[in-house]
Design a protein around this ligand. Structure first.
Ligand SMILES: CC(=O)N[C@H]1[C@@H](OP(=O)(O)OP(=O)(O)OC[C@H]2O[C@@H](n3ccc(=O)[nH]c3=O)[C@H](O)[C@@H]2O)O[C@H](CO)[C@@H](O)[C@@H]1O
Ligand SMILES: C=C(OP(=O)(O)O)C(=O)O
Length: 422
Protein backbone atom coordinates (compact mmCIF):
# COMPACT_ATOMS: atom_id res chain seq x y z
CA UNK A 1 0.00 0.00 0.00
CA UNK A 2 1.18 3.55 -0.73
CA UNK A 3 1.11 6.73 1.25
CA UNK A 4 1.33 10.34 0.17
CA UNK A 5 3.94 12.61 1.68
CA UNK A 6 3.46 16.36 1.44
CA UNK A 7 5.84 19.06 2.55
CA UNK A 8 3.48 21.97 2.95
CA UNK A 9 3.56 25.70 3.30
CA UNK A 10 4.16 26.78 -0.29
CA UNK A 11 1.39 28.49 -2.28
CA UNK A 12 0.06 26.71 -5.37
CA UNK A 13 0.67 28.41 -8.68
CA UNK A 14 -0.29 26.91 -12.04
CA UNK A 15 -3.00 25.27 -14.09
CA UNK A 16 -4.90 22.01 -13.65
CA UNK A 17 -7.03 20.31 -16.32
CA UNK A 18 -10.08 18.71 -14.73
CA UNK A 19 -10.96 15.12 -15.68
CA UNK A 20 -14.30 13.54 -16.50
CA UNK A 21 -16.58 12.95 -13.53
CA UNK A 22 -16.14 9.70 -11.65
CA UNK A 23 -19.72 9.74 -10.46
CA UNK A 24 -20.99 10.07 -14.00
CA UNK A 25 -18.48 7.76 -15.70
CA UNK A 26 -19.30 4.71 -13.61
CA UNK A 27 -23.05 5.00 -14.24
CA UNK A 28 -22.40 5.62 -17.96
CA UNK A 29 -20.39 2.41 -18.04
CA UNK A 30 -23.46 0.52 -16.75
CA UNK A 31 -25.41 1.87 -19.75
CA UNK A 32 -23.46 -0.59 -21.92
CA UNK A 33 -25.58 -3.42 -20.46
CA UNK A 34 -28.66 -1.98 -22.15
CA UNK A 35 -27.53 -2.48 -25.74
CA UNK A 36 -25.80 -5.13 -27.85
CA UNK A 37 -23.94 -2.35 -29.68
CA UNK A 38 -20.78 -0.44 -28.74
CA UNK A 39 -20.82 2.34 -26.16
CA UNK A 40 -17.76 4.61 -26.42
CA UNK A 41 -17.05 7.00 -23.58
CA UNK A 42 -14.60 9.85 -24.06
CA UNK A 43 -13.18 12.21 -21.39
CA UNK A 44 -13.09 9.10 -19.16
CA UNK A 45 -11.14 9.51 -15.92
CA UNK A 46 -8.63 6.74 -15.18
CA UNK A 47 -9.51 5.74 -11.65
CA UNK A 48 -9.73 2.78 -9.33
CA UNK A 49 -13.55 3.02 -9.47
CA UNK A 50 -13.68 2.92 -13.27
CA UNK A 51 -11.35 -0.09 -13.19
CA UNK A 52 -13.57 -1.82 -10.61
CA UNK A 53 -16.65 -1.15 -12.73
CA UNK A 54 -14.86 -2.44 -15.84
CA UNK A 55 -13.96 -5.64 -13.96
CA UNK A 56 -17.58 -6.19 -12.96
CA UNK A 57 -18.90 -5.50 -16.47
CA UNK A 58 -16.25 -7.79 -17.92
CA UNK A 59 -17.38 -10.53 -15.54
CA UNK A 60 -20.92 -10.04 -16.87
CA UNK A 61 -19.70 -10.52 -20.46
CA UNK A 62 -19.02 -6.94 -21.56
CA UNK A 63 -15.90 -6.56 -23.74
CA UNK A 64 -14.03 -3.54 -22.40
CA UNK A 65 -11.50 -1.77 -24.62
CA UNK A 66 -9.47 0.69 -22.64
CA UNK A 67 -6.99 2.68 -24.72
CA UNK A 68 -4.80 3.63 -21.73
CA UNK A 69 -5.87 7.21 -22.43
CA UNK A 70 -9.23 8.76 -21.75
CA UNK A 71 -11.45 6.71 -24.01
CA UNK A 72 -13.19 3.45 -23.22
CA UNK A 73 -15.39 1.27 -25.41
CA UNK A 74 -17.79 -1.21 -23.88
CA UNK A 75 -19.54 -3.86 -25.94
CA UNK A 76 -22.16 -6.15 -24.43
CA UNK A 77 -22.93 -8.17 -27.58
CA UNK A 78 -24.08 -11.01 -25.36
CA UNK A 79 -24.03 -11.35 -21.57
CA UNK A 80 -22.46 -14.23 -19.63
CA UNK A 81 -25.07 -14.20 -16.94
CA UNK A 82 -26.77 -11.81 -14.59
CA UNK A 83 -24.93 -12.31 -11.30
CA UNK A 84 -22.79 -9.52 -9.82
CA UNK A 85 -20.71 -11.12 -7.06
CA UNK A 86 -19.88 -9.56 -3.69
CA UNK A 87 -16.16 -9.24 -4.40
CA UNK A 88 -16.76 -7.11 -7.49
CA UNK A 89 -19.60 -4.99 -6.06
CA UNK A 90 -18.40 -4.23 -2.54
CA UNK A 91 -15.64 -1.74 -3.46
CA UNK A 92 -17.96 1.08 -4.47
CA UNK A 93 -21.52 2.25 -4.62
CA UNK A 94 -22.45 2.52 -8.27
CA UNK A 95 -21.79 -1.13 -9.08
CA UNK A 96 -25.24 -1.76 -7.60
CA UNK A 97 -26.75 0.15 -10.53
CA UNK A 98 -26.17 -2.85 -12.81
CA UNK A 99 -29.21 -4.48 -11.20
CA UNK A 100 -31.85 -2.55 -13.18
CA UNK A 101 -30.11 -2.84 -16.58
CA UNK A 102 -29.58 -6.59 -16.04
CA UNK A 103 -33.25 -6.99 -15.17
CA UNK A 104 -34.26 -4.97 -18.21
CA UNK A 105 -32.06 -7.00 -20.55
CA UNK A 106 -32.19 -10.51 -19.06
CA UNK A 107 -35.44 -10.50 -17.07
CA UNK A 108 -33.61 -11.55 -13.91
CA UNK A 109 -30.53 -10.56 -11.89
CA UNK A 110 -28.65 -11.36 -8.72
CA UNK A 111 -26.54 -8.50 -7.38
CA UNK A 112 -24.66 -8.22 -4.11
CA UNK A 113 -25.58 -5.34 -1.81
CA UNK A 114 -23.08 -2.51 -2.52
CA UNK A 115 -20.13 -0.95 -0.72
CA UNK A 116 -18.79 2.57 -1.11
CA UNK A 117 -17.53 5.13 1.35
CA UNK A 118 -18.58 4.35 4.93
CA UNK A 119 -20.23 7.73 5.43
CA UNK A 120 -23.57 6.47 6.71
CA UNK A 121 -25.83 3.43 6.66
CA UNK A 122 -26.56 4.01 2.94
CA UNK A 123 -29.49 1.61 2.49
CA UNK A 124 -30.82 0.81 -1.01
CA UNK A 125 -34.52 0.70 -0.11
CA UNK A 126 -35.41 3.49 -2.55
CA UNK A 127 -33.69 1.65 -5.41
CA UNK A 128 -35.54 -1.57 -4.63
CA UNK A 129 -38.90 0.13 -4.18
CA UNK A 130 -38.51 1.83 -7.56
CA UNK A 131 -37.70 -1.50 -9.23
CA UNK A 132 -40.72 -3.10 -7.54
CA UNK A 133 -42.90 -0.29 -8.84
CA UNK A 134 -41.58 -1.07 -12.31
CA UNK A 135 -42.87 -4.62 -11.83
CA UNK A 136 -39.84 -6.48 -10.48
CA UNK A 137 -40.12 -9.15 -7.80
CA UNK A 138 -37.33 -8.76 -5.27
CA UNK A 139 -35.97 -10.97 -2.53
CA UNK A 140 -32.93 -10.62 -0.31
CA UNK A 141 -30.82 -13.77 -0.02
CA UNK A 142 -27.54 -13.93 1.90
CA UNK A 143 -26.44 -10.39 1.10
CA UNK A 144 -27.68 -10.53 -2.48
CA UNK A 145 -30.67 -8.90 -4.14
CA UNK A 146 -32.38 -11.51 -6.28
CA UNK A 147 -34.77 -9.91 -8.73
CA UNK A 148 -36.92 -11.02 -11.62
CA UNK A 149 -39.28 -9.38 -14.08
CA UNK A 150 -40.64 -12.22 -16.18
CA UNK A 151 -42.98 -10.20 -18.37
CA UNK A 152 -40.45 -7.33 -18.61
CA UNK A 153 -40.42 -4.06 -16.66
CA UNK A 154 -43.46 -1.78 -16.96
CA UNK A 155 -43.58 2.01 -16.73
CA UNK A 156 -44.90 3.47 -13.48
CA UNK A 157 -45.20 6.68 -11.47
CA UNK A 158 -42.44 6.69 -8.86
CA UNK A 159 -42.35 9.27 -6.08
CA UNK A 160 -39.16 9.36 -4.05
CA UNK A 161 -39.80 10.25 -0.37
CA UNK A 162 -36.49 12.16 -0.37
CA UNK A 163 -33.85 12.91 -2.96
CA UNK A 164 -31.45 10.13 -3.89
CA UNK A 165 -28.93 10.44 -6.72
CA UNK A 166 -28.32 6.70 -6.98
CA UNK A 167 -32.01 5.74 -6.87
CA UNK A 168 -32.91 8.36 -9.50
CA UNK A 169 -30.18 7.06 -11.82
CA UNK A 170 -31.13 3.46 -11.14
CA UNK A 171 -34.78 4.14 -11.94
CA UNK A 172 -33.77 5.85 -15.20
CA UNK A 173 -31.47 2.99 -16.19
CA UNK A 174 -34.30 0.52 -15.52
CA UNK A 175 -37.18 2.43 -17.09
CA UNK A 176 -35.62 3.21 -20.49
CA UNK A 177 -36.41 -0.28 -21.80
CA UNK A 178 -39.67 -0.73 -19.84
CA UNK A 179 -42.98 -0.80 -21.66
CA UNK A 180 -44.95 2.41 -21.24
CA UNK A 181 -44.18 5.68 -19.51
CA UNK A 182 -42.36 6.16 -16.20
CA UNK A 183 -42.51 9.45 -14.34
CA UNK A 184 -40.12 10.13 -11.49
CA UNK A 185 -41.22 12.67 -8.90
CA UNK A 186 -38.80 14.33 -6.47
CA UNK A 187 -35.90 13.13 -8.63
CA UNK A 188 -32.31 14.22 -7.95
CA UNK A 189 -31.17 17.11 -10.21
CA UNK A 190 -27.38 16.61 -10.20
CA UNK A 191 -25.42 17.29 -13.44
CA UNK A 192 -24.53 13.58 -13.49
CA UNK A 193 -28.25 12.79 -13.94
CA UNK A 194 -28.40 15.13 -16.95
CA UNK A 195 -25.27 13.47 -18.33
CA UNK A 196 -26.81 10.01 -17.97
CA UNK A 197 -30.01 11.13 -19.71
CA UNK A 198 -28.01 12.73 -22.53
CA UNK A 199 -26.08 9.50 -23.11
CA UNK A 200 -29.26 7.37 -23.02
CA UNK A 201 -31.09 9.76 -25.35
CA UNK A 202 -28.11 9.52 -27.73
CA UNK A 203 -28.87 5.78 -27.83
CA UNK A 204 -32.52 6.34 -28.71
CA UNK A 205 -34.08 6.61 -25.23
CA UNK A 206 -36.87 9.13 -24.70
CA UNK A 207 -36.12 10.98 -21.47
CA UNK A 208 -37.29 14.50 -20.77
CA UNK A 209 -36.93 16.63 -17.66
CA UNK A 210 -33.52 15.33 -16.45
CA UNK A 211 -32.07 18.00 -14.17
CA UNK A 212 -35.55 18.85 -12.91
CA UNK A 213 -37.56 17.21 -10.12
CA UNK A 214 -39.95 15.53 -12.52
CA UNK A 215 -38.40 13.23 -15.11
CA UNK A 216 -40.44 11.49 -17.82
CA UNK A 217 -39.15 8.33 -19.47
CA UNK A 218 -41.02 6.85 -22.40
CA UNK A 219 -39.85 3.27 -22.71
CA UNK A 220 -38.40 2.08 -26.02
CA UNK A 221 -37.88 -1.50 -27.18
CA UNK A 222 -34.21 -1.20 -28.18
CA UNK A 223 -31.25 1.09 -27.64
CA UNK A 224 -28.38 1.58 -30.10
CA UNK A 225 -24.68 2.27 -29.54
CA UNK A 226 -23.35 5.75 -28.77
CA UNK A 227 -20.24 7.88 -28.35
CA UNK A 228 -20.56 10.16 -25.36
CA UNK A 229 -18.20 12.55 -23.60
CA UNK A 230 -18.28 12.35 -19.78
CA UNK A 231 -19.23 15.62 -18.05
CA UNK A 232 -16.33 17.39 -16.22
CA UNK A 233 -15.88 16.37 -12.58
CA UNK A 234 -17.35 19.15 -10.46
CA UNK A 235 -16.07 17.53 -7.26
CA UNK A 236 -12.49 17.30 -8.53
CA UNK A 237 -12.76 20.95 -9.68
CA UNK A 238 -14.17 22.04 -6.32
CA UNK A 239 -11.44 20.14 -4.49
CA UNK A 240 -8.61 21.91 -6.36
CA UNK A 241 -10.36 25.27 -6.08
CA UNK A 242 -10.47 24.73 -2.33
CA UNK A 243 -6.84 23.54 -2.35
CA UNK A 244 -5.82 26.89 -3.88
CA UNK A 245 -7.95 28.81 -1.38
CA UNK A 246 -6.54 26.80 1.54
CA UNK A 247 -2.84 26.78 0.60
CA UNK A 248 -2.96 30.21 -1.08
CA UNK A 249 -1.59 31.06 -4.51
CA UNK A 250 -3.12 31.32 -7.93
CA UNK A 251 -4.56 28.28 -9.72
CA UNK A 252 -6.48 28.13 -12.98
CA UNK A 253 -8.74 25.14 -13.50
CA UNK A 254 -9.65 24.23 -17.08
CA UNK A 255 -12.19 21.83 -18.64
CA UNK A 256 -14.78 22.62 -15.98
CA UNK A 257 -18.47 23.45 -16.13
CA UNK A 258 -18.48 26.47 -13.81
CA UNK A 259 -22.29 26.50 -13.65
CA UNK A 260 -22.16 23.11 -11.91
CA UNK A 261 -20.52 24.65 -8.83
CA UNK A 262 -22.86 27.60 -8.31
CA UNK A 263 -23.07 26.88 -4.57
CA UNK A 264 -19.29 26.81 -4.09
CA UNK A 265 -18.00 29.99 -5.77
CA UNK A 266 -19.79 32.52 -3.54
CA UNK A 267 -18.57 30.73 -0.40
CA UNK A 268 -14.94 30.69 -1.60
CA UNK A 269 -15.28 34.40 -2.38
CA UNK A 270 -16.81 35.12 1.05
CA UNK A 271 -13.89 33.25 2.59
CA UNK A 272 -11.58 35.82 0.98
CA UNK A 273 -10.29 34.25 -2.24
CA UNK A 274 -10.75 35.95 -5.61
CA UNK A 275 -12.83 33.83 -8.00
CA UNK A 276 -12.72 34.70 -11.73
CA UNK A 277 -15.04 32.52 -13.80
CA UNK A 278 -16.00 31.87 -17.33
CA UNK A 279 -18.01 28.90 -18.64
CA UNK A 280 -15.17 26.38 -18.72
CA UNK A 281 -12.41 27.80 -16.51
CA UNK A 282 -11.96 29.37 -13.11
CA UNK A 283 -9.02 31.22 -11.59
CA UNK A 284 -8.74 31.07 -7.80
CA UNK A 285 -6.36 33.52 -6.14
CA UNK A 286 -5.62 34.07 -2.49
CA UNK A 287 -2.51 35.73 -1.13
CA UNK A 288 -1.58 36.73 2.35
CA UNK A 289 -3.74 36.85 5.46
CA UNK A 290 -6.12 34.24 6.77
CA UNK A 291 -9.36 33.12 5.13
CA UNK A 292 -12.60 34.41 6.68
CA UNK A 293 -14.95 32.06 8.54
CA UNK A 294 -18.12 31.17 6.61
CA UNK A 295 -20.96 28.85 7.63
CA UNK A 296 -22.01 26.14 5.23
CA UNK A 297 -24.55 23.33 5.01
CA UNK A 298 -24.72 20.52 2.48
CA UNK A 299 -27.82 20.01 0.34
CA UNK A 300 -28.83 18.04 -2.71
CA UNK A 301 -27.95 19.81 -6.01
CA UNK A 302 -28.05 22.75 -6.65
CA UNK A 303 -27.10 23.12 -2.96
CA UNK A 304 -23.58 22.74 -1.58
CA UNK A 305 -22.33 19.20 -2.42
CA UNK A 306 -21.70 16.82 0.45
CA UNK A 307 -18.71 15.55 -1.57
CA UNK A 308 -16.99 18.93 -0.95
CA UNK A 309 -17.90 19.26 2.72
CA UNK A 310 -14.61 17.85 4.05
CA UNK A 311 -12.54 20.01 1.68
CA UNK A 312 -14.48 23.14 2.65
CA UNK A 313 -13.90 22.30 6.28
CA UNK A 314 -10.20 22.11 5.47
CA UNK A 315 -10.30 25.75 4.39
CA UNK A 316 -12.26 26.75 7.49
CA UNK A 317 -9.64 25.11 9.73
CA UNK A 318 -7.41 28.11 8.91
CA UNK A 319 -10.11 30.79 9.00
CA UNK A 320 -10.09 33.82 11.24
CA UNK A 321 -13.24 33.05 13.22
CA UNK A 322 -15.69 30.24 13.86
CA UNK A 323 -17.51 28.36 11.10
CA UNK A 324 -20.50 26.06 11.59
CA UNK A 325 -20.64 23.27 9.04
CA UNK A 326 -23.79 21.19 8.81
CA UNK A 327 -23.92 17.85 6.98
CA UNK A 328 -27.48 17.14 5.89
CA UNK A 329 -26.99 14.24 3.47
CA UNK A 330 -24.97 11.56 5.28
CA UNK A 331 -25.15 10.88 9.02
CA UNK A 332 -21.52 9.83 9.42
CA UNK A 333 -19.51 12.16 7.22
CA UNK A 334 -17.23 13.79 9.77
CA UNK A 335 -14.55 11.12 9.97
CA UNK A 336 -11.95 13.58 8.71
CA UNK A 337 -12.36 15.72 11.87
CA UNK A 338 -10.13 13.68 14.19
CA UNK A 339 -7.53 13.44 11.42
CA UNK A 340 -7.59 17.21 10.79
CA UNK A 341 -7.23 17.68 14.56
CA UNK A 342 -3.92 15.79 14.40
CA UNK A 343 -2.70 18.64 12.22
CA UNK A 344 -3.73 21.19 14.83
CA UNK A 345 -7.31 21.95 13.70
CA UNK A 346 -9.84 22.86 16.39
CA UNK A 347 -13.12 21.07 15.53
CA UNK A 348 -15.99 20.01 17.76
CA UNK A 349 -18.61 17.70 16.27
CA UNK A 350 -22.15 17.88 17.66
CA UNK A 351 -24.40 15.46 15.80
CA UNK A 352 -24.89 16.78 12.28
CA UNK A 353 -22.85 19.93 12.93
CA UNK A 354 -19.15 20.63 13.21
CA UNK A 355 -17.95 23.79 14.92
CA UNK A 356 -14.63 24.78 13.36
CA UNK A 357 -12.55 27.36 15.23
CA UNK A 358 -9.94 28.49 12.77
CA UNK A 359 -6.28 28.33 13.81
CA UNK A 360 -3.43 30.42 12.51
CA UNK A 361 -1.27 27.55 11.39
CA UNK A 362 -1.71 23.82 10.73
CA UNK A 363 1.26 21.53 11.28
CA UNK A 364 2.27 18.42 9.34
CA UNK A 365 1.41 15.08 11.01
CA UNK A 366 0.84 11.41 10.22
CA UNK A 367 -2.84 11.07 9.27
CA UNK A 368 -5.06 8.44 7.74
CA UNK A 369 -7.48 8.71 4.83
CA UNK A 370 -10.87 7.46 6.04
CA UNK A 371 -12.86 7.86 2.84
CA UNK A 372 -12.50 9.37 -0.59
CA UNK A 373 -13.35 13.03 -0.05
CA UNK A 374 -12.02 13.05 3.51
CA UNK A 375 -8.64 12.12 1.99
CA UNK A 376 -8.84 15.17 -0.26
CA UNK A 377 -9.37 17.46 2.73
CA UNK A 378 -6.24 16.01 4.34
CA UNK A 379 -4.29 16.70 1.15
CA UNK A 380 -5.53 20.31 1.00
CA UNK A 381 -4.65 20.96 4.63
CA UNK A 382 -1.28 19.26 4.26
CA UNK A 383 -0.50 21.64 1.37
CA UNK A 384 -1.13 24.57 3.69
CA UNK A 385 0.49 23.09 6.81
CA UNK A 386 3.98 23.79 8.02
CA UNK A 387 6.15 20.66 7.79
CA UNK A 388 5.62 17.15 6.56
CA UNK A 389 2.32 15.24 6.47
CA UNK A 390 2.12 11.51 5.77
CA UNK A 391 -1.30 10.41 4.51
CA UNK A 392 -1.94 6.67 4.78
CA UNK A 393 -4.57 4.49 3.09
CA UNK A 394 -4.47 6.44 -0.15
CA UNK A 395 -6.45 3.73 -1.93
CA UNK A 396 -9.49 5.81 -0.94
CA UNK A 397 -8.08 8.75 -2.86
CA UNK A 398 -7.26 6.64 -5.90
CA UNK A 399 -10.94 5.73 -6.24
CA UNK A 400 -11.79 9.24 -7.37
CA UNK A 401 -8.84 11.54 -8.18
CA UNK A 402 -6.90 11.05 -11.41
CA UNK A 403 -3.13 11.68 -11.13
CA UNK A 404 -3.54 13.85 -8.03
CA UNK A 405 0.21 14.09 -7.26
CA UNK A 406 0.97 15.04 -10.87
CA UNK A 407 -1.78 17.67 -11.03
CA UNK A 408 -0.80 19.29 -7.73
CA UNK A 409 2.91 18.85 -8.48
CA UNK A 410 2.41 20.94 -11.63
CA UNK A 411 1.33 23.78 -9.35
CA UNK A 412 4.49 23.58 -7.30
CA UNK A 413 3.24 21.31 -4.51
CA UNK A 414 5.90 19.24 -2.81
CA UNK A 415 3.96 15.96 -2.95
CA UNK A 416 5.09 12.41 -3.55
CA UNK A 417 3.74 8.89 -3.35
CA UNK A 418 5.90 6.39 -1.52
CA UNK A 419 5.44 2.79 -0.36
CA UNK A 420 3.91 2.65 3.13
CA UNK A 421 5.97 0.21 5.14
CA UNK A 422 4.42 1.26 8.45
C1 LIG B 1 -21.27 6.94 -6.86
C2 LIG B 1 -21.99 8.19 -6.56
O1 LIG B 1 -22.53 8.84 -7.44
N1 LIG B 1 -21.98 8.59 -5.30
C3 LIG B 1 -22.60 9.84 -4.95
C4 LIG B 1 -24.06 9.61 -4.72
O2 LIG B 1 -24.18 8.62 -3.72
P1 LIG B 1 -25.58 7.93 -3.49
O3 LIG B 1 -26.29 7.80 -4.79
O4 LIG B 1 -25.31 6.69 -2.72
O5 LIG B 1 -26.30 9.01 -2.58
P2 LIG B 1 -27.85 9.25 -2.40
O6 LIG B 1 -28.21 10.55 -3.04
O7 LIG B 1 -28.58 8.04 -2.84
O8 LIG B 1 -27.96 9.38 -0.82
C5 LIG B 1 -28.63 10.46 -0.19
C6 LIG B 1 -29.18 9.98 1.14
O9 LIG B 1 -30.22 9.05 0.90
C7 LIG B 1 -30.03 7.88 1.65
N2 LIG B 1 -30.62 6.75 0.88
C8 LIG B 1 -30.23 6.59 -0.44
C9 LIG B 1 -30.79 5.57 -1.18
C10 LIG B 1 -31.72 4.69 -0.58
O10 LIG B 1 -32.23 3.75 -1.19
N3 LIG B 1 -32.07 4.90 0.73
C11 LIG B 1 -31.52 5.91 1.48
O11 LIG B 1 -31.86 6.07 2.65
C12 LIG B 1 -28.52 7.79 1.83
O12 LIG B 1 -28.16 6.96 2.90
C13 LIG B 1 -28.17 9.25 2.03
O13 LIG B 1 -28.38 9.60 3.37
O14 LIG B 1 -24.67 10.82 -4.30
C14 LIG B 1 -24.14 11.33 -3.06
C15 LIG B 1 -24.95 12.57 -2.70
O15 LIG B 1 -24.71 13.58 -3.58
C16 LIG B 1 -22.66 11.61 -3.20
O16 LIG B 1 -22.14 11.94 -1.94
C17 LIG B 1 -21.93 10.38 -3.70
O17 LIG B 1 -20.60 10.70 -4.03
C1 LIG C 1 -19.07 8.89 -1.64
C2 LIG C 1 -18.53 8.77 -2.85
O1 LIG C 1 -18.51 7.65 -3.61
P1 LIG C 1 -19.37 6.32 -3.33
O2 LIG C 1 -20.79 6.78 -3.43
O3 LIG C 1 -19.00 5.36 -4.40
O4 LIG C 1 -19.02 5.84 -1.96
C3 LIG C 1 -17.89 9.94 -3.44
O5 LIG C 1 -17.66 9.94 -4.66
O6 LIG C 1 -17.58 10.90 -2.71
Amino acid sequence: MDKIVINGGTPLVGEIAISGAKNSAIKLMAVSLLTDQKVTLTNMPRLRDTRSMAQLLNHLGVAVEDDAGNEMTLHAAKLNGATAPYDLVRKMRATFNVLGPLLAREGHAKVSLPGGCAIGARPVDLHLKALEQLGATIELEEGYVVASAKGGLKGADITFPFISVGATEHAMLSAVLASGVTTLFNAAREPEIIDLAACLNGMGAKITGAGRSEVRIEGVSKLSGVTHSVVPDRIEAGTYALAAATAGGSVRLTNIRSDHLGALWPLIAQAGAKVSLDETTVLIERDGGRPRAVDMETQAYPGFPTDLQAQFMGLMCLADGVSIIRENIFENRFMHCPELSRMGADITVRGREAVVRGVEQLRGAPVMATDLRASASLINCALAAKGETHIGRVYHLDRGFEHIEVKLGQCGANIKRVPDNG
